[in-house]
Design a protein around this ligand. Structure first.
Ligand code: NAP
Length: 273
């Protein structure tokens, strides 16, 4: 019965790199679409084999991808997005939904270069590779409710999805786009602290990454404010408050806030240049 009610459509990727692979694998693995409904085209034979290995249909050209897809995902690097869309303009039509994940490229530019108004722009992040992406989508003027539902289900296959106005996208890039790198640094620093305090390196790194995962899961699953969770584990004159006092001396929270604001500003500069 499940198969009968499945919403099957054809999904094509223009630019079959890392992000396209994460999305295609997640979509196929979660059963949102059968792999035979996904198509890619390749310049390098190695990438061709990667996608073929999990059942994706391989075509010859970008134009064939557009022709044979209901949803076309633009997943090339932002620097080449304009030329790729100008080349595909004759093959696109409002019968197709264009989804762009190209960082920093605005709906108005996508519209101008592609001639399409049925567009959804999405900003995912690197944990898509392990099914834990934080993705934000904004809906173009001609995209339908069904388009929105389909795109949400595609990105739910690789993590969590929010919908937001496009005016927030630079800040989204500064927070969830760049955020994984901030947390990689934090994990490395926790592990280095463990080593400085006498732990073996492997144990320190394992404890550091699991502690970050556990703390994030507690915030997500309990719905409690992080300050409340912090207060609950901070006993008077105890070890945790001694550590927090050091973090505050080093402007821990202010530094992270400034990092998000600086990355947002840089994203704005890059998308204007
Ligand atoms: N990675 C992330 O965490 C992340 C997060 C949010 C948004 N994004 C966005 O996702 C997009 C893809 O990023 P990525 O990390 O997946 O990059 P990537 O691994 O470099 O993938 C881009 C792919 O596009 C192919 N390509 C280049 N020019 C092409 C053309 N004219 N026609 C068809 N394919 C072409 C490249 O092939 P060759 O290797 O043969 O050149 C490559 O396979 C970018 O726009 C990026 O801003 C990425």
């Amino acid at each position: 019965m499940a198969a009968l009610s499945m919403d099957v459509y054809k999904l094509g990727f223009i630019g079959a790199g890392n992000m396209a692979e994460s999305i295609a694998r997640g979509v196929a693995k979660s059963g949102v679409l059968p792999p035979a409904s996904i198509r890619t085209a390749h310049r390098s034979p190695e990438r061709h084999l990667v996608f073929e290995s999990f059942g994706v249909k391989i075509l010859e050209t970008n134009a064939q991808i557009v022709d044979d897809s209901d949803i076309v995902v633009l997943s090339v690097k932002p620097q080449v997005a304009k030329q790729v869309l100008l080349d595909l303009k004759p093959f696109l039509s409002e019968e197709k939904l264009l989804v762009s994940i190209a960082a920093g490229i605005k709906l108005k530019d996508l519209q101008e270069w592609s001639g399409q108004r049925r567009i959804i722009r999405v900003m995912p992040n690197t944990p898509s590779a392990v099914g834990q992406a934080a993705s934000v989508m904004c809906i173009g003027e001609m995209a339908t409710k069904k388009d929105e539902e389909r795109v949400a289900s595609l990105f739910k296959a690789i993590g969590k999805v929010w919908t937001a106005d496009e005016k927030y996208f630079d800040a989204v890039t500064g927070l969830s786009g760049s955020g994984p790198a901030y947390i990689f640094l934090a994990i490395e620093a926790l592990a280095d602290g463990g080593v400085a305090a006498g732990l073996p390196r492997d144990l320190a790194l394992g404890l550091a990454s699991q502690t970050v995962l556990g703390a994030a899961t507690m915030v997500n699953q309990t719905g409690k404010h992080p300050g409340q969770l912090k207060d609950a584990v901070t006993s008077p004159a105890g070890t945790t408050i001694a550590g927090i006092q050091e973090l505050e001396k080093g402007a821990f929270r202010g530094t992270i806030m400034s990092a998000v604001v600086a990355a947002t500003k840089r994203c704005r500069e890059l998308s204007q240049s």
